[in-house]
Design a protein around this ligand. Sequence first.
Ligand SMILES: C[S@@+](CC[C@H](N)C(=O)[O-])C[C@H]1O[C@@H](n2cnc3c(N)ncnc32)[C@H](O)[C@@H]1O
Length: 599
Amino acid sequence: MLIWGDNKLVMASLLRDLKGRIDLIYIDPPFDVGADFSMDVPFGDGNETVAKDQSTLETVAYRDMWGKGTDSYLHMLFERLTLMRDLLSEKGSIYVHVGPNVSDSVKLVLDDIYGGNGGSASLIWKRVTAHSDSQRWGVIHDVILWKSKGEHYVWNPQFEPYSDEYVQSKYTHTTASGRRYRLDNLTSPNPRPNMKYVWRDCEPPIMGWRYELETMERLFAEGRIELPKKAGGRPQLRRFLDEGDGVPVGTVWTGINPVNSQANEDTRYATQKPEALLERIIRASSNEGDVVADFFCGSGTTGAVAERFGRRWIMSDLGRFAIHTSRKRLIDLQRKLHEEGKSYRAFDVYNLGRYERQWWQKEQLKGADEDHRKIVLAFYRAEPLHSSVSPLLHGRKGLALVHVDSIDSVFSRVELRDVTKAAKESGAKQINCLAWEFEMDLRLEAHSLQTELGIEIRLLRIPREIMEKNRKEVTFFEVATLEVEAVYKRNGKDRNVDIKLKKFLPSLAEVPERELEALEQRAIKHGFDFIDFWAVDFDYRDGQPFKHHWQAYRTRKDRSLATVSDQEFAYEKPGRYTACVKVVDTFGCDTSITVPIEV
Ligand SMILES: C[S@@+](CC[C@H](N)C(=O)[O-])C[C@H]1O[C@@H](n2cnc3c(N)ncnc32)[C@H](O)[C@@H]1O
């Protein structure tokens, strides 16, 4: 499950169903004060990029986090770590990945919340070999703080390969077939009188043999016991290098490199952590089928590793781009697992949007719907209509009338029709509908209403930025346009179906203002260049999760994108169906549309 939103609200909403049910939490909250999270997002063939600024919501989150320096950072973490404790199961563990600049303080907070009964350690991950700090010791590591919730926690010891030096000095013997081994004694660690027997003319040690006679004989037959070369010597146990577990991993982790730009796992997410790091954590502190969570998931490393190792996972992030990157990464992984004949689980992407807005309305607007409308109209620079002819018309901007949808509803086609009719009756030539969310396919409905009633309709999304405290200006963007058609193919008696993209005009809501003008023309002419991912659910049912029957997306290496699906979807029975097409643009914004199918 992938959830887009502030993790404080995400966790509060998960508590109802998942209290005490998450077995492992790894978090990697941003710990670089003022970290620059803007990045270049490739589009089209990848030779061009759009600079993606940190979104306003991300900016606010970072400011809240760092506004009062370490104090506000620790406060932010305290609230979240407390929620995480409530979500953790009794056998669960939490790992908090932080920089050395804050690790001491975070450890105190963690100890305070989790107490001192369970397992606990500060793991040092050596990230780089050197860092040139001329006036102090170079900082070359991160700290990962581990805490178990209780005394009885999941623990699977991890091992790393022996170093060459260790092998050379310890595994000094070789069998005729070339297997390296070292010799260990066959003495029992505790006194065992019943193990005192003479074996192959050798007197037993004072404590007795390590094994019973039968086992000794079996081991000897397997070539695992070496007889003494001289009389009076002792037989010894051969420990083979190729059967050794390796060295138990301790608190200093040196063998894991950061993700480099050539690595297959690289997603271009600035703060992405290596999969090997998460692999060690997930294997050590969870078992197959357990639930693993990461509430600051970034590029989705935790979920990708959890999926590969048969764990269930929950991830969340505040950033739209993080959610988009994680979604693509997990879908890509599923495709690979499918090709390898391995199992994987379908997952859903959730949006906390409405929940977040309700919280804003309650906290900031003290619940008043009227105030919400006033604020939206003020940001839109529209004049409120006081003695309106219709309760559906709320403002006027130039020659257009304006409707503001309420904060926790999805603007539907029924509402659109009522609002447009009301505007028409008031003599307006244009109606601008402002809403937080629009029902699917509303663009198509708007087109036909426009023709039917002869009035121009604009659908504009209310930007999340208006929830920001000191915000003065925002831009309202039209919703994206998506047109598709069904392609029918005859295959013997059956009719197979595919979907063709006909038109896509992205919403440029996420584009920084300085690039807007240049991109607008480009978007009109070559809208498909802005599609990063698209998927089809050939048998869509209202209210049910979207099923990815077919999907296509650009990868870092392959920038091409099919615009017609090649699924040849065969429906079991003739009849009427609905296919749903979902497009995600380069900025991570979703647009969906349905298309009727008749077979
Ligand atoms: C250091 S990155 C995590 C990188 C991740 N470990 C990976 O391997 O890609 C931190 C992430 O925390 C997210 N974040 C920051 N504040 C958040 C909040 N309040 N709720 C949810 N996510 C948040 C940021 O958007 C960012 O993606």
